[in-house]
Each structure stands twice: as structure tokens, then as C-alpha cells.
Design a protein around this ligand. Structure first.
Ligand SMILES: CC(C)(COP(=O)(O)OP(=O)(O)OC[C@H]1O[C@@H](n2cnc3c(N)ncnc32)[C@H](O)[C@@H]1OP(=O)(O)O)[C@@H](O)C(=O)NCCC(=O)NCCS
Length: 158
């Protein structure tokens, strides 16, 4: 049995960032700093969740939508709590929230060098091999430095 879920609060940021930093496969960027995460949560109520075991935050999912499609970020489960259905439960909570808001589909990205993430999503989602992902920077140079993880590879997040 996995730890219970509750809504992701802005006050969870420090613990969430610590989990993301110690979790290989999670790419971090300036969008993961305290203020942007608080703004994301305020803009997307009822869609992002955490799991807490005692005082320790051991699972996260960030989810939002633009009125057309949902986006999922930072589904992460701490090592000691994996293969108990926790990521599946976090995903189900976010998808239920999207459904309640009339959003029919959500997208997410996974680093190709993340076998655990790929294995999870291969079961939980539909791989879109016909699509390629492109990113367009809105500023010519980064406005704020990326919040790199403590583990290699030091890639910037989606
Ligand atoms: C990917 C991740 C979130 C899965 O969390 P989890 O709580 O262990 O996942 P679940 O227990 O809900 O797994 C559901 C199913 O996904 C598949 N799965 C999950 N992890 C797997 C792994 N390491 N290898 C193979 N299959 C896996 C299994 O089919 C599993 O069902 P089963 O345990 O009955 O066989 C976790 O491994 C993690 O945090 N990884 C690092 C961060 C990451 O990769 N995030 C996803 C990319 S955004």
C-alpha cells in the first residue's frame, strides 16, 4: 500500500525540489524555482498532487492545461516507494482532475535515457512515435539559470 495523496501546495516546493534533484530522470530548469511553481499551481488548481510518508514528501506530479490539452511534468516517486502503484495513483488523480475540467488528453515528455520512466509510460500512456518534439525559446538567452539536478546527465527540463 502506498502513502496517501494530497494536493500539491506551494509550500511543498522545497521538499519537491529536493526529491526532483535526487531523482535521476527528472530534468530541472528555471521553471522549477519556487515562484514559477507557485504560479503554475495557482493557474492550474486541482491537478497537481504529492504523496507524503510521515514528514517526508515521496511522490509528486505537476499537471496543468492550456484549455485544449493537459501537460504532465515531474512524475517522481522516491526509490523506497516504487512499484507500489504510487505513480499510477498520482497520474490517475491528475487525469481525473483534467477530466473534471473537460480536458480530453494530456501530453508529457520523457528523456530517452530514462529506462524506468520509459517503462512506466509505455504501460500508462500511448507512445507517439509519429511525432517529434521541438522547443522554441521565448528569450534569446536564459533569463534565470537552470536548477540542475545533482546527478548526470545535466539536461534542462521540458
Ligand atoms: C517512473 C516512476 C515514476 C514509476 O513510479 P512507481 O510508483 O514505481 O510506478 P507504479 O508502481 O505505479 O508502476 C506501474 C507500472 O509501471 C511499470 N513500471 C514502473 N516502473 C518500472 C520499472 N522500473 N521497470 C519496468 N516497469 C516499470 C510496471 O508495469 C508497473 O506495474 P507493476 O509494478 O505491477 O509491474 C519512478 O520509477 C520514478 O520516479 N522514476 C524516476 C523519475 C521518472 O522517470 N519519472 C517519469 C518521467 S517524467
Amino acid at each position: 500500500m502506498h502513502p496517501p495523496l494530497r494536493p500539491f501546495l506551494a509550500a511543498d516546493h522545497a521538499q519537491a525540489l529536493a526529491l526532483w534533484r535526487r531523482t535521476p530522470g527528472v530534468g530541472l530548469s528555471a521553471a522549477d524555482a519556487e515562484q514559477p511553481v507557485a504560479a503554475f499551481l495557482a493557474r492550474n488548481p486541482g491537478l497537481s498532487f504529492v504523496a507524503q510518508a510521515g514528514p517526508r514528501l515521496v511522490g509528486t506530479i505537476l499537471c496543468g492545461h492550456d484549455g485544449r490539452r493537459g501537460m504532465i511534468y515531474h512524475l517522481a516517486v522516491d526509490t523506497g516507494h516504487r512499484r507500489q502503484g504510487l505513480a499510477s495513483a498520482l497520474l490517475a488523480a491528475s487525469i481525473a482532475g483534467l477530466r473534471a475540467q473537460g480536458i480530453e488528453k494530456a501530453h508529457l515528455t520523457v528523456f530517452r535515457n530514462n529506462p524506468e520512466g520509459l517503462a512506466f509510460w509505455a504501460r500508462a500512456a500511448v507512445a507517439r512515435h509519429e511525432l517529434a518534439l521541438f522547443s522554441v525559446p521565448a528569450f534569446p538567452h536564459p533569463v534565470t539559470p537552470d536548477l540542475h539536478s545533482t546527478h548526470p546527465p545535466r539536461e534542462s527540463g521540458p
